[in-house]
Design a protein. Structure first.
Lengths: 315, 295
């Protein structure tokens, strides 16, 4: 097991380095962040001085190695726009995003797992068709459009839920207030994920139900309830683990757009503003962080497989 | 003997049905997908013939500012007096174009890389699959957003960005299929017979993986249309005055539009859902119909 984990980490390292190189190269081709500084009040000399101060006068591969060297010392660089260190910016925005993503993940599983299993057990029934059709609707509705609909209904028409931010301005906040702000973004993120996951879990459970050992269990006459809840569901853990693994990158991406719509003060909002102002160090930091998270999620999923399914051997 | 018998009663026998007939017969079973296909054909035709059926020029100011739906303007007019229905038709044209072109590009890239990785194996496989891992480890939207901010936003850059980002799934799929096919006897016999490589790759292996590629491509089409909408909504996709389903929704971020002028943002949103859902249903039915294991 530990041998496998070490092997996987060793494979992940070149992938990570590759990601940073591609990333850095694309961004250097893109254009200089100094373009954002230029204006009638900024002299040519000041821009030039700034360029040298930021190290932008060096060729891009040199810049990349400087950045990589600093990274290995734990320094992710400083934002060109706000002069804050990237690690502290990420740290201060990470909490809200993790909260949003974690809750959305749990909610989407609460929606997808029971629905998928129900649908598989009652295959070709009316309930099954309804669930599958709804799941298609869930994965076909653009997140931002669902957000607009929800804002229209719950904020404008009913006035129940706030549509932006994480806490009400001018108040202490508190858990209840945050929860209220979270309802709509969580619902949007969870819906879009649950859509495809329901179908995945459904077909996985259908496959399990056709296995020989379940036919044996049924033949023994231990009753439908016990067959399904004791023998089938335990094996459905494998597809559920897969679903969690697949959701992590989707969550990271989805959060960018949803945070933008609901002004949720997380990484997504920070990333969007960094992207529009071409704040390289910040974009690089976020890309690196998300790549690490995705690769780690893949690894953890594979390890979880071995834990929930003893027949899977890792080597 | 048995073969002769089959040939005699060709019309009744399901065994002698051509592949396409089987697929079509199975596809029709899927009621929702059949309806979806009809809807797609109608909407596709409407998009294709937009210049002939649109009541007004989509970019011309023809009516009052933010006029409610009326007899002359079925879906009202937008903030600067353009006809919403006409814009909607042209927007659908653009969104479908982006989706189809992006899907074509990513399918071609995915198929080529998948064929190379699967057939040649070794170092080529290693390099291609690691590269695929890299592209896949990026949160997809983040990659698209970064790319969209770098290149000048516009119709063709969005097509290229989506096309160059969507291929890893197809590459993996093709690679897996090629790995399986390479072990089959008919490919081995081709090798023994000394057939040229291009013949083996494109005339023997590729036709045998077309079905799963087609199914996968429908989901890529649905996804890239959603992505185009999201990007254009954020102002990083198709740029005004060209209408796309996403940038028509852009205005709904203003409170007056959201609360008082639903005709400006509900129709494009609903149209996206209908299009994407229909594509997903068709893809789902195709998956069942093309699966050789289910008869």
């Amino acid at each position: 097991m530990s041998k496998y984990i070490i092997k996987r980490i060793l494979i992940a390292i070149p992938v990570l380095i590759g990601i940073t190189i591609i990333d850095y190269a694309i961004m250097c081709l893109a254009g200089s962040p100094l373009e954002m500084l230029q204006g009638p009040r900024v002299s040519e000399a000041a821009v030039e001085a700034k360029k040298i101060a930021l190290g932008l006068d060096k060729p891009f591969y040199v810049q990349y190695f400087i950045w990589l060297g600093q990274l290995l010392q734990g320094n992710m660089g400083y934002s060109i726009k706000s002069y804050q260190s990237v690690s502290s910016m990420i740290a201060s925005h990470l909490g809200p995003t993790l909260l949003l993503m974690g809750v959305s993940l749990i909610v989407s599983l609460l929606m997808a797992v029971p629905a998928g299993i129900y649908s598989a057990i009652h295959q070709y029934s009316k309930g099954d068709y309804t669930v599958v059709t709804l799941s298609f609707l869930g994965s076909s509705i653009p997140g931002f459009f669902l957000s607009l609909l929800l804002i229209y209904v719950f904020t404008i028409k009913l006035g129940w839920l706030p549509s932006s931010g994480m806490t009400t301005l001018g108040t202490e906040g508190g858990a209840a207030d945050v929860a209220k702000h979270m309802v709509m973004p969580v619902l949007v993120l969870a819906t879009s994920m649950a859509g495809s996951n329901i179908r995945y879990i459904r077909s996985a459970v259908l496959e399990i139900l056709q296995q020989d050992y379940l036919r044996t269990a049924r033949a023994k006459g231990i009753g439908r309830f016990k067959v399904i809840y004791k023998h089938a569901l335990r094996n459905a853990l494998v597809p559920i683990v897969t679903v969690i693994g697949m959701e992590i990158p989707v969550l990271f991406g989805g959060a960018v757009i949803i945070e933008q719509v609901f002004s949720w003060p997380g990484l997504g909002l920070m990333t969007m503003s960094a992207i529009t102002s071409r704040d390289y160090p910040v974009i690089m930091g976020v890309c690196l962080l998300s790549a690490v998270v995705v690769l780690a999620a893949n690894l953890i999923t594979d390890i979880l497989y071995a834990l929930v399914d003893p027949t899977i051997q890792l080597d | 003997m048995a073969d002769k018998k089959k040939n005699n009663n060709k019309k009744i026998d399901i065994v002698n049905e051509s592949y396409l007939q089987t697929v079509f017969r199975r596809f029709k079973h899927h009621r929702l997908a059949a309806v979806s296909l009809v809807i797609l054909i109608i909407l596709g035709a409407a998009a294709l013939f937009a210049p002939f059926i649109a009541p007004h020029d989509p970019n011309e100011i023809v009516g009052p500012f933010s006029g409610a739906p009326s007899k002359e303007f079925w879906l009202g007019t937008d903030q600067i007096g353009r006809d919403v229905l006409s814009r909607l038709l042209y927007a659908m044209r653009i969104s479908l174009l982006v989706g189809i072109m992006a899907t074509l590009i990513s399918t071609v890239i995915g198929v080529i890389l998948g064929l190379i990785a699967g057939y040649f194996g070794g170092a080529a496989d290693m390099v291609i699959m690691r590269f695929t891992d890299m592209v896949m480890s990026f949160p997809y939207i983040l990659l698209v957003l970064v790319a969209a901010s770098i290149f000048k936003p516009g119709l063709w850059s969005i097509i290229l960005i989506l096309g160059f980002v969507d291929w890893p799934g197809i590459a993996r799929l093709v690679r897996g299929n090629v790995l399986n096919l390479r072990e089959t006897n008919f490919i081995k016999s081709n090798l023994v017979a000394g057939m040229p490589l291009s013949h083996i790759l494109f005339s023997e292996i590729l036709p045998n993986t077309v079905a799963p590629i087609l199914v996968y491509a429908t989901s890529v089409l649905a996804l890239s249309m959603l992505d185009e909408a999201a990007l254009s909504f954020l102002g990083m996709g198709v740029q005004p005055p060209t209408a796309s389903l996403g940038n028509m929704l852009n205005g709904a971020e203003s409170l007056t539009v959201l609360t008082k002028q639903p005709w400006l943002w509900v129709p494009p949103g609903v149209l996206i859902i209908v299009l994407v859902m229909a594509i997903n249903f068709v893809g789902d039915a195709l998956r069942d119909a093309l699966d050789p294991n289910s008869r």
